[in-house]
Design a protein around this ligand. Structure first.
Ligand code: GLA
Length: 381
């Protein structure tokens, strides 16, 4: 897109590489992902960090939680910065991370009271967010060590991450075999392909929880970032952030991001939904619906650096969370404290609490079926 061969080479030079080792539109060789020891869990389990780069994007991923620890992209002058919140040590991630950069499963977002019924059978999940289950329970996929392999394929470079969730883990039925592929394309796009199979009927809703600040991690508030979301409706919630079931129109409300506006423009309006979320923490109903191929759904732009993020997905929903619960108690990779609104998340997903809303797109996965979703993050400046 806006990444030209010139900026690719400039980025390569900055990284101490020659042009020949970097993927270009003409299909030059790409560098293999590099693996290093990042740290150890309390029980001695090793956690590795994988570094990969392509088309001007540099990505660092942990085997713990499939966490994006760092994602560097150039600004309009070709200057790289890490645009994703994270920590320097495994201890920090284990101690208390609000899902920084992590893979989320089995169920991204909330399930009311951690309960649902499937084929007439009731299930009780681990409850970890008041009376509700959030992001897969207290030990979701964000806190598991994944098997990771690096690959190069044509002009792409990437990682394949595997995790097997045993029958009954966090209360979910069925052994779920999960495969997530992170690909950096020659254009520097970061593509995430999710796949899963089960041996019993279950529910699945996988996503990624990167906290974006396109001016740079630790640089302050994202309220001046401009955002557009191709969704005419959203799913209003109750005080526990569980959808009421209504698909409300965004028109005439702070939730109208159909035309780009800054995150901060309406965030202080006295709207009941903003009070419940302490800002934006809602699922947008994407106008395109579920699609076989990823389709464009959102653009985020930082006017100061010129950096842009475009999101395309196969998913029908998008959780826009404006970093409301960051409260100045965590210090990130740049040594700076994260405060409310210092980053935002754009989590492509099925709608929250779908197992309890038959009118929402289904999240049920049955034996013999393969769950597949894709989200593509494209960067520019
Ligand atoms: C999700 C939720 C938020 C919050 C964050 C993590 O985005 O929707 O309410 O829990 O994760 O802090």
């Amino acid at each position: 897109m806006e990444t030209t061969r010139r900026t690719v080479i400039a980025a390569a030079a900055a990284a101490g590489l020659t042009a020949a080792t970097v993927g270009t539109a003409h299909g030059a060789t790409v560098r293999k992902p590099v693996k290093e020891l990042f740290g150890k869990l309390a029980d001695g389990t090793k956690v590795h960090r994988w570094s990969l780069q392509n088309g001007g994007t540099r990505l660092k991923v942990l085997s713990y939680g499939g966490i994006v620890q760092s994602l560097e992209i150039p600004d309009r002058h070709g200057r790289h910065r890490n645009v994703s919140l994270g920590f320097d040590t495994i201890e920090d991630y284990v101690a208390s991370s609000p899902y920084f950069g992590a893979l989320i499963g089995r169920y991204g977002n909330r399930i009311a009271k951690g309960r649902f019924t499937l084929d007439g059978k009731p299930y009780q999940l681990a409850v970890n967010d008041g009376e509700n289950s959030l992001h897969g329970g207290d030990k979701g996929f964000d806190k598991r060590v994944w098997d990771v392999e690096g690959f190069t394929s044509g002009s792409d470079v990437g990682l394949v991450l595997h995790y097997t969730s045993v029958d009954g883990e966090m209360g979910y039925p069925g052994t779920l075999r999960v495969k997530v592929t992170y690909t950096l394309t020659r254009h520097g796009d970061w593509r995430v392909d999710y796949a899963a199979t089960t041996d019993k009927a279950t529910v699945v809703n996988l996503t990624s929880h990167v906290y974006w600040n396109l001016a740079g991690e630790g640089s302050g508030s994202i309220y001046d970032h401009e955002l557009s979301i191709a969704g005419s409706r959203y799913t209003p919630v109750d005080s526990g952030l569980i959808p009421t079931g209504e698909l409300a129109r965004v028109a005439g409300s702070p939730f109208d991001f159909r035309r780009a506006k800054t995150v901060g423009e309406d965030i202080r309006e006295g709207h009941q939904q903003l009070l419940y979320g302490q800002g934006f923490d809602h699922n947008w109903v994407l106008d395109k619906g579920s699609t076989a191929k990823p389709e464009h759904v959102a653009v985020l732009r930082d006017p100061s650096s010129g950096r842009t993020l475009r999101i395309a997905t196969t998913e029908p929903g998008l959780q826009f969370y404006s970093g409301n619960f960051l409260d100045g108690t965590l210090v990130g990779t740049g040594g700076r404290v994260y405060r409310q609104g210092d980053a935002l998340c754009l989590e492509t997903q099925h709608f929250p609490d779908s197992p309890n809303h038959p009118s929402f797109p289904s999240t049920v996965l049955r034996p013999g079926q393969t769950y597949r979703t894709t989200t593509v993050h494209s960067f520019g400046a």
